[in-house]
Design a protein around this ligand. Structure first.
Ligand code: ZN
Length: 295
């Protein structure tokens, strides 16, 4: 008997933006139950079961990182969660290997923030940098938040430990660069401060040949609920009110300006746009890019 097929082919999908190519890399997923959206009513949560693919346990939130090839450089935006201890994460490094991108060929590891599903793949089990030649680029507010002892308690200590390990792996080699304002952090890659989810949470805009893609980090974790009802935060938001203000502003700008967007927790392959939908918004997945290597 032929065994039943299992698993997936490595999760990589490309989108061309001007002369740059952006590859979404699937790192896995986290199932987010109703306890992660404490502000949601039963009516809000009913948005989740509207789909015949809905899970009873909650929303299966994709986790992705993005490889940006621009100006002759390979830039990784976030690193997935290999060392997070979450067993459904950590697939991104295998995906990179499958598409022929060695970890030592990455020039820069640019971070949206230092939560475990984004920074847990930056270092290996021994604590060494996974991307041996990469410079880690990070907003100064994000670095400062995770290196302050004041907010640390038994409930959040593991998050602080992981963030410090990730930044430390690059700082030790003199390869940690902090920036303090919105600017071009690598050729063709512009930082946009989007605080709230964490104090230094930052999105990055890929600009090339008159086209642009905003990689917005963790603006939403449960798109069918939080895009339709942008007032609903996620339990992992460090500054809830600021996160909501940022979420509302970015969603409105994305819809008004018809931005191309990508997000770490949008359904893989995580490229799309935002449309207005009643009082809120909805996610429109991008069409498949059949020729990402062609001008
Ligand atoms: Zn996240």
């Amino acid at each position: 008997m032929i065994p039943l097929a299992s698993g997936q082919y490595p999760g990589a999908q490309r989108l061309r933006i001007g002369d740059a190519v952006v590859t979404a890399l699937s790192d896995g997923y986290i199932d987010l139950g109703p306890q992660t959206v404490p502000g949601a009513t039963a009516d809000d949560l009913a948005l989740l079961v509207a789909s015949p693919y809905a899970l009873e346990e909650g929303y299966r939130s994709s986790i992705s990182a993005f490889l940006v090839e621009s100006g002759g450089r390979r830039i990784l935006i976030d690193a997935g969660g290999a060392q997070s201890g979450i067993g459904t994460l950590g697939r991104m490094q295998g995906v990179l290997a499958a598409i022929g991108v060695g970890p030592d060929t990455i020039d820069a590891l640019v971070m949206t923030h230092l939560h475990p599903d984004h920074a847990g793949g930056a270092f290996d089990a021994s604590g060494a940098a996974v991307f041996g030649h990469a410079e880690m680029i990070l907003r100064v507010e994000e670095h400062a938040f995770w290196h302050d002892d004041a907010p640390v308690n038994d409930g959040n200590r593991a998050y602080f430990d992981l963030a410090r390990k990730a930044a430390g792996a690059y700082a030790r080699g003199g390869r940690l660069t902090l920036f303090d304002r919105d600017r071009e952090v690598m050729p063709g890659l512009h930082a946009e401060f989007l605080p709230g989810h964490t104090p230094g949470h930052t999105g990055y805009r890929v600009e090339s040949g008159g086209e642009a893609l905003l990689i917005w980090g963790d603006i939403v974790h449960i798109p069918p609920v939080q895009m339709k009802r942008p007032g609903i935060g996620i339990a992992f938001d460090v500054e809830g009110a600021q996160a909501e203000a940022t979420r509302r502003a970015v969603l409105e700008r994305a819809a008004s300006d018809r931005l191309k967007i990508a997000g770490m927790h949008l359904p893989f392959p995580a490229f799309g746009s935002v449309a207005r939908d009643g009082e809120g918004y909805r996610f429109l997945p991008a069409p498949y890019d059949h020729e990402p290597g062609h001008p």
